[in-house]
Design a protein around this ligand. Sequence first.
Ligand SMILES: Nc1ncnc2c1ncn2[C@@H]1O[C@H](COP(=O)(O)OP(=O)(O)OP(=O)(O)O)[C@@H](O)[C@H]1O
Ligand SMILES: [Mg+2]
Length: 239
Amino acid sequence: MKISIKNVTKYYDKKVLDDISIDIDGYSAVAIIGLSGCGKSTLLRLISGIEFPQGGEIHINDWKSTKETKREYQNQLGFVFQKHNLFPHLTLKQNITVILEKVKGQSKEEAEARAEELLNMLHLHDEMDKKPAKVSGGQAQRASIARALSTKPSLLIMDEPTASLDPILTHEVLMEIKHLKSMGKDFIFVTHELNFVKNFADYVIFIDEGKIAEHGETNILNNPSTDKLKAFMKNVSYD
Ligand SMILES: Nc1ncnc2c1ncn2[C@@H]1O[C@H](COP(=O)(O)OP(=O)(O)OP(=O)(O)O)[C@@H](O)[C@H]1O
Ligand SMILES: [Mg+2]
């Protein structure tokens, strides 16, 4: 995957991302890490084309999101958010078929076959006819991964996909994500699970107060060159 971010600046009431630039090519799992409030989710929203920067440009695999191309751009991506955003009144299966029928124009049969295939792959065979409130947090999160995959995106964007899960469910979801990587999907993701970053990410972007303080192949976590990343690793590592 190719990520090119040029002089991106994002303000809300204050500056959140301050003239960020990075060019990377050839990595399939890119992690964005940093302290709470540093701007990770904001950067992910810009990369997702959900919001736009006030300055600068973002290209992912030569795709660029503008107000005109937003829909086309987003069709190439799958999203998984911190809290699953499944429709509460629909079953897990219907959460997927509704997208395939309405957005992709698939027939009911086609959409159901695809939904079942994905839910089976994520070990949700027995849960597919339940509504989100009737399944565990990990199952709901796996269903949102299934939904993100339903449109066959090559790139998944995930913001703390395990944040609401206990350690066992976290493990379960992370194993699924690893499996998807082995199937050739690309990922840009935010997580606080540094052990997962260490054994899953190929590349790490460390953000500090709205700037990229350090970036490089994942090994930088074991051998940081900036004081900021050194301090971050010292404060968050327990191993
Ligand atoms: N829609 C918004 N309106 C105003 N301020 C915002 C908005 N979204 C984010 N911010 C501010 O931007 C800063 C960065 O927020 P962001 O959500 O990107 O942080 P984060 O690194 O994802 O943090 P966390 O690890 O806690 O999720 C914060 O100070 C936040 O208050
Ligand atoms: Mg966040």
